[in-house]
Each structure stands twice: as structure tokens, then as C-alpha cells.
Design a protein around this ligand. Structure first.
Ligand SMILES: Cc1cc2nc3c(=O)[nH]c(=O)nc-3n(C[C@H](O)[C@H](O)[C@H](O)COP(=O)(O)OP(=O)(O)OC[C@H]3O[C@@H](n4cnc5c(N)ncnc54)[C@H](O)[C@@H]3O)c2cc1C
Length: 412
């Protein structure tokens, strides 16, 4: 998965995480001379197994959509009361607002988050934030992979008593598994904020966007995927050109971008960070279609998560309105549709083909019958599209064929 949990838990430091183009994420390499074969890397790996917060009986009674959402205490929509956080964040800035509030009120000693690497513009890396200024550096979604959990082995961790951990569902699943094995066992309390996740995309997706707009990769200084209002825009800054490349969200999230999703993300059914204390995403609701500031969808799952939201709201750090359970479904129709019509059939087909699939409890009884041809066509098209982003010749040939075919059809 490239989450970094194995790296963070490996006591003899036998693992290195390296970005792999073919896997479209970071993968661990094991130095066999250092490895003591303790097996902890496999025990903590969320790529192999993920937990679901509902029991099998609860899933059977509630159906697949509820088993995808998991246990819910309360649901809210809201935004940060700080207008500058809201403007620079992805969707209302609840995540940075909570992080900043918890550091200011000393509820935590540190916040684990992700920032774009200032030395390597297409990479994002974990950071342990100790101040509001650090938090401001982390605002906005990073659609490239981040090995956030590699920070578990950081020298600073044993000195921190309480932490706020921000991550994708894989990071939060890894965090839950790793607590008893990593240096985190000395940390008294950890509150987790999990993002909703449609999957990350390998760095080549971003490089393609830059190349296809006729900018050399080597001139890129900085990349941001979201921010600047809602739903925000991608902003690429250059070393030799003061004019940045700016693309609205809807313009760069296309089939070329999507084709770079890592294979393991295509098999992931924890899209809502089920194991987090609080899950957060965009409130893609019709009533906010024309909103330009951003509204976050907030799902509390534990008492600690609910208490944190209430404290932040009472202190005026965030503004929230309580909503019912169906709001989650209505705000995430695309995510739910992906789970039922793409991921579940892909898991079932992969199982039939005896390909390795992650161990995750889910109820597939009300999923549509496996449409083998449709799923195979989808992955075949993604592979071709990915190749098109790598080869200009293939890109022009296939576009030429498409153009000629369309003309012929029109003539007919
Ligand atoms: C890969 C990805 C896919 C997503 N898919 C969906 C989706 O399908 N539906 C949906 O509603 N929301 C999705 N989100 C979440 C959404 O984009 C917002 O991040 C979320 O709504 C919180 O917004 P915010 O304004 O509160 O905070 P933001 O300002 O966006 O802060 C986000 C926080 O998350 C951390 N972070 C960002 N990217 C990563 C990453 N790749 N790995 C680990 N930590 C990271 C940052 O450090 C920051 O602390 C996705 C996010 C990512 C990164």
C-alpha cells in the first residue's frame, strides 16, 4: 500500500521504502542481512488485512453501503472559523482547524500529517507538527502516495505523550495494528483523523499533467492539489517562470489521472477510515454546489472523537451543524457507487482468478452480479490510458484512430 507502517515498526531498520513506477506507490525493500525474521512487518500490514467496525451480523442486517461506512456516532457538516485555513484547505479546513486547536490547547504534544517535500516537488512526506505554522504547511489533499506511517519509528515519537494522527484509511488501519509493536507503545493517547479516500495516484499522474501542458518536469518547484477556495485548484509553481500553472479540480481529475491509481487502492473497501476517531471528507451535496468556501463532512465514531468536535465547536475554532446518517450517503454517492459497482466485483473476480486480495469483512449479498467483461474492460482501458501518458507516439496514434473512427461513425 505504501503506507510506511512496516518501515516504522521494523526494529532492526531492515526496510527501506522506495517509490516504484510499476506499483504506482512506495514499496518496501527488505535488507535480508539486517532482517531478524520477527514477522512484525506482516502483522502490521494493512495491505494484507483491514478491520471493519461492524460485526458480520450487523453487516448482514444493514447491507453493503452501511458496511462501507462502518460505525457512526454522529454526522455533521462544518468548516473552520479561520477564513485563511478554510481558503487554503481542501474542503472547509476542519482537519487543520482541529489540529491547530488541539496543539494550542495542549490536548496533544504533536500532530502527524503530510506535506509536499520542498526538496522533491512530486513527493509528499510525513511531518510531526508542533505549532500552528507547521500545520499551515500541511493543508490540502496530496493525491500522490505518502508513507505517513514511516514516521512511527522517528526518534521524536517516544518523547511525545499524546498525538493527533492524520491519514488515509490505510494509515489509520496501520496505526491501529502497529500501536503495540512500534515505538508508539510508549505514547499515552492517540486521536486519529481519517480522510475519506477514493485512492491516491502515482506521481506519474501529476508529471503527465505538467508534461501535457508543455512544461518540462525539471522546472517544477512546487505542487499543490487543492486549496484556493472550493473545490479548489491544482497549482504548479516553476523555478524559471513566475506564472504558475493553475487547473480547476474538475479539469485535472480525468481518466489519465485516474489511470495511475495503485492496484491495491483499486481493491480497497475501507474508503471512509472506519477505524478513525473522526472521519472527514468533502460535503459533495447539491445545496453546496455553488459554495466557494468549502464545507467538510464530519463523521464521529468514538467518544473521544465526539468530545473533540464538541470542544472545538464550543471554543469557536469550527462551526458545525448536525446532520442525519443519510447525509453521508448523499454526500458520497460517487464513493459508494465505486465500492458497489467496481470494487466489490473486482474483489470477487480477483478471488475467482486466485489473485491475492486483502482480507476485509464485507457483505456482498446485495452487490450486482459480477460483470466480468465490464471490470476487465475497465482495467484494460486504464492500462492503455496509463501507457498513453508515457508515450507520445501511442497517445497520437490512439487519438488519431479515435478521431477517424468518430468521423466514420458520423458519416454513417
Ligand atoms: C488521496 C486522497 C483521496 C481522497 N478522496 C476523497 C473522496 O473520494 N471523497 C471525499 O469526500 N474526500 C476525499 N479526500 C479527502 C478530502 O480531499 C479532504 O482532504 C478532506 O475533506 C479534509 O479536508 P480539510 O479541508 O478538512 O483538510 P485539508 O486541508 O485537506 O487537510 C488534509 C490533511 O490530510 C493530510 N493529508 C493530505 N493528503 C494526504 C495523504 N495523501 N496521505 C496522508 N495524509 C494526507 C494533510 O497533511 C492535512 O493534514 C481524499 C483525500 C486524499 C488525500
Amino acid at each position: 500500500m505504501g503506507c510506511g507502517t512496516c518501515f516504522g515498526c521494523c526494529a532492526p531498520h531492515a526496510i527501506t521504502m522506495t517509490y516504484s513506477i510499476s506499483n504506482r506507490t512506495y514499496i518496501p525493500f527488505i535488507d535480508e542481512k539486517k532482517c531478524i525474521e520477527c514477522g512484525i512487518c506482516l502483522k502490521v500490514c494493512p495491505g494484507l488485512q483491514m478491520d471493519n467496525t461492524l460485526s458480520t451480523d450487523e453487516m448482514r442486517n444493514t447491507g453493503i453501503v452501511k458496511s462501507i461506512i462502518g460505525k457512526v456516532k454522529k454526522c455533521y457538516i462544518g468548516y473552520s472559523s479561520d477564513a485563511s485555513i478554510c481558503f487554503n484547505a481542501s474542503s472547509g479546513g476542519i482537519v487543520p482547524a482541529l489540529a491547530s486547536f488541539m496543539l494550542d490547547t495542549k490536548a496533544v504534544d504533536g500532530v502527524v500529517a503530510a506535506e509536499m517535500d520542498p526538496l522533491s516537488p512530486f513527493d509528499a512526506k510525513p511531518i510531526i507538527c508542533k505549532s500552528r505554522d507547521d500545520i499551515l504547511k500541511t493543508t490540502g489533499s496530496k493525491y500522490c502516495p505518502v508513507a505517513t506511517n514511516s514516521v512511527m519509528g522517528d526518534n521524536q515519537i517516544p518523547g511525545l505523550n499524546s498525538l493527533l494522527w492524520i491519514g488515509l484509511p490505510c494509515h489509520i488501519q496501520g496505526l491501529c495494528k502497529a500501536r503495540k509493536y512500534s515505538p508508539l507503545k510508549k505514547t499515552r493517547s492517540i486521536l486519529s483523523l481519517g480522510l475519506l479516500c477514493g485512492g491516491c495516484r502515482g506521481q506519474e499522474a501529476t508529471k503527465w499533467i505538467v508534461k501535457s501542458r508543455k512544461h518540462p518536469i525539471g522546472t517544477v518547484k512546487n505542487v499543490r492539489y487543492r486549496g484556493g477556495g472550493w473545490p479548489g485548484k491544482m497549482k504548479v509553481e516553476f523555478k524559471d517562470n513566475p506564472a504558475p500553472l493553475e487547473l480547476p479540480y474538475s479539469e485535472y481529475v480525468d481518466s489519465y489521472f485516474e489511470s495511475w491509481q495503485p492496484w491495491r487502492c483499486s481493491l480497497c473497501l475501507d474508503r471512509t477510515s472506519q477505524m478513525a476517531d473522526i472521519s472527514l471528507g468533502d460535503a459533495w451535496l447539491p445545496e453546496f454546489k455553488n459554495d466557494r468556501n468549502g464545507i467538510s463532512l464530519i463523521v464521529t465514531r468514538t467518544d473521544a472523537g465526539e468530545a473533540t468536535i464538541q470542544k472545538a465547536a464550543q471554543a469557536g475554532a469550527i462551526s458545525i451543524v448536525e446532520k442525519d446518517f443519510d447525509t453521508i450517503i448523499n454526500a458520497q454517492k460517487g464513493l459508494m457507487r465505486d465500492c458497489t459497482s467496481i470494487i466489490v466485483p473486482t474483489l470477487l473476480l480477483s478471488r475467482k482468478l486466485k489473485r491475492p486480495v486483502p482480507d476485509f469483512k464485507y457483505d456482498d449479498s446485495d452487490s450486482t452480479p459480477v460483470n466480468t467483461v465490464r471490470i476487465m474492460r475497465r482495467f484494460f482501458m486504464m492500462a492503455i490510458t496509463r501507457q498513453m501518458t508515457q508515450s507520445r507516439t501511442l497517445f497520437f496514434i490512439l487519438h488519431g484512430v479515435k478521431f477517424v473512427a468518430r468521423k466514420a461513425m458520423l458519416k454513417k
